[in-house]
Design a protein around this ligand. Structure first.
Ligand SMILES: Nc1ncnc2c1ncn2[C@@H]1O[C@H](COP(=O)(O)OP(=O)(O)OP(=O)(O)O)[C@@H](O)[C@H]1O
Ligand SMILES: [Mg+2]
Length: 227
């Protein structure tokens, strides 16, 4: 799983493979939220550790099938789309997650508690492409604001585009705009070199960055065929 894989323009869909590649580089690993492959034992352990986690299909896209599980007092809450169900015991949560998973492999990731605007989470998409000359160039950096009531920011789930600067200014602080944009660009450069060395043949990458309420930057996901 850890060796070099040639993708030659094909999509590298496996989020677990990409997460592990990124975690192998110490300067990048600091920006990857704690992540495990789904098992009920891992879910219980990560809920004990972090209180709230995001569950996503290993081969998912467009926010489809993404859930959030949290401990709230003595209860367990599962959110999916705009719905929330509460369970008095872990077993109820586990059964509801398994009903949604339908046997698919999932990742469990610490909920990084994204900074919000009007209660709606914001994240950022940074796109890079490889030129014919073999050089990687930045294409865009935009913010995405989740539709009211949802925790995923995906545009196909009703999220709204906004300028990255505006998202940072409104969700955190005007003085963080320059530094956070710079950090995302630097991290993108480092991660792109690493991914290219691991997965030769990549020609474009779309990074999903989260910034938490303390201003920490997290790589939520890297798309090899970004839209
Ligand atoms: N660890 C996390 N903490 C908080 N929110 C998260 C976390 N991971 C994902 N999210 C939210 O869920 C959304 C969807 O997650 P992600 O980008 O990993 O999957 P996807 O959008 O389905 O896949 P793709 O980006 O390939 O289309 C993110 O845009 C973000 O809003
Ligand atoms: Mg995404």
């Amino acid at each position: 799983m850890d060796g070099t894989v040639t993708v030659s323009g094909r999509q590298l869909a496996n989020k677990w493979l990409k997460t592990n590649a990124l975690r192998s580089h110490p300067a990048i690993a600091r920006h990857i939220p704690p992540t495990s492959l789904y098992s009920s034992a891992a879910l219980r352990r990560m809920l004990d550790l972090y209180g709230s986690v995001v569950l996503k299909p290993v081969r998912g896209t467009g926010g489809l099938g993404v859930m959030k599980a949290s401990r709230e007092g003595s209860r367990y809450v599962l959110r999916h789309m705009s719905g929330a169900r509460s369970f008095p015991a872990f077993e109820g949560l586990r059964r509801a997650v398994d009903a949604k998973r339908r046997g698919r492999a999932y990742l469990i990731q610490k909920d990084v508690r994204l900074a919000t605007v009007g209660g709606r989470p914001v994240d950022y998409r940074v796109k890079v492409v490889k030129t014919a000359g073999g050089e990687w160039v930045f294409r865009s950096m935009v913010g995405r604001l989740a539709r009211k009531g949802l925790f995923v920011t995906n545009l196909c789930r009703g999220g709204t585009l906004l300028k990255a600067a505006h998202g940072i200014r409104m969700s955190l602080s005007p003085r963080l705009v320059g530094v956070k944009k710079r950090q995302m660009r630097n991290l993108t450069r480092t991660a792109t070199s690493l991914l290219e060395s691991r997965f030769p043949g990549l020609t474009q990458l779309g990074y999903d960055y989260g910034i938490d309420r303390n201003g920490q930057i997290w790589i939520l996901e890297v798309n090899t065929r970004p839209h």
